[in-house]
Design a protein around this ligand. Sequence first.
Ligand SMILES: C[S@@+](CC[C@H](N)C(=O)[O-])C[C@H]1O[C@@H](n2cnc3c(N)ncnc32)[C@H](O)[C@@H]1O
Length: 444
Amino acid sequence: MTTGEAQPYLLGLRLRGRRVVVIGGGAVAARRVPALLDAGADVLVISPGVTGSLEDLALAGQIRWERRRYAAGDCAGAWLVCACASDPGANAAAAAEAEAERIWCVRADDAGASPAWTPASGAAGDVRVGVLSGDPQHSAGIRDAVIGGLRAGTLGARRGRGRRPGVALVGGGPGDPGLITVRGRQLLAEADVVVADRLAPRSLLDELPPDVEIIDAAKIPYGRAMAQERINASLIAHARAGRFVVRLKGGDPYVFGRGAEEVLACLRAGVPVTVVPGVTSAVAVPAAAGVPVTHRGVAQEFHVVSVHVPPDDERSAVDWAALGAATGTIVLLMATARLEAVADALIRHGRAGNTPAAVIANGTLPTQRTILATLDTVAPRVFEERMGPPAVVVIGDVVNVAAEVAELMRGMQPAAPGGAGAGPGRFALAADPGSQAERWTDRA
Ligand SMILES: C[S@@+](CC[C@H](N)C(=O)[O-])C[C@H]1O[C@@H](n2cnc3c(N)ncnc32)[C@H](O)[C@@H]1O
């Protein structure tokens, strides 16, 4: 901002039900309109053409679109005008009309002539951040730093605000700390107490301030049922004591995670609960090894099965006959110790012994390992390779798609950090003597 100029006065506009006229339908309008809709504005777009995303909003009835150029009188009834047409003359005319009517106008093409400026803005939970510095790039950089800090908890989201009540059940994703959701990460940053599972992204716990109490749920003693009761009791006790508790779970809380039991226990005790879905290992771990659980023309369905009890166990509620007869992908969790019985059941009920199979252990983590086999060979291969939990087993022709992807990736240059093929999910194919199948050697 130029020294000597009056500083702009920052406001938060509450636009619910208020008309905002947007002149122009190009890239700038396409960026502005979603934020205006989030604020509840009644958006009228005036432009001979619009981007595909704006057209979709118009077709869905979320905005009104008048397919024409700006005309005098278009600002009538508006509380705000966004002049972002490609024609500077139209923007100037709209801005002049808005000025005459004492309506605030933002001109996208000429900041110097614009009575109002749009700050670089963003949100971290219920905190909105707006930055004006006179240089849009600089403002965006500061905005990103502040939002990033709030989301990661490095900017003290826990201080100076109303405390969140109760418990948040947060799906932490399959293990890579980058695979928790933004909301999950942010709630974690606000926690007073974190009750963490063994398969939750535990590296995130190191980043928490020292006064956050971390309870290792994996270490809670007694049998499985008793341990669950004690976890529930611990969530309730801390929440009742006025602390904000994050229950950090692996994957998604509702996929074989007993999440609903914890929600019900809290609600029955009168403790409010928020559930933040997570990226489930059932899909993400195969993906990290290049295996798509569906693929056009190969698999139109996938079945996710918990094998915490084997097929012939009276407690098993899985229809193995139907799975054997089906053609879709089968994704098995908690299966490594019972793979022989599973393969037998599937082959007995119709799956071919040479159906491709992949086993991915420690998926998305630097220690990720993958083996490729067939239904016939997968159990002995897992034994030979000493593959233990946590692992996801994928059975079906989609495994061949991953091999094709790997083959294409093999000759490629190392990807840029964060780019396709980067991270712990990267893999390369290597010949595996003594086996018909190839073996994937994962690279951290
Ligand atoms: C009790 S289930 C919980 C699943 C979790 N709620 C989810 O949505 O991913 C635990 C099983 O998930 C699978 N699993 C979870 N994280 C994994 C990982 N990083 N790599 C491989 N398998 C994983 C394993 O089969 C493990 O035994």
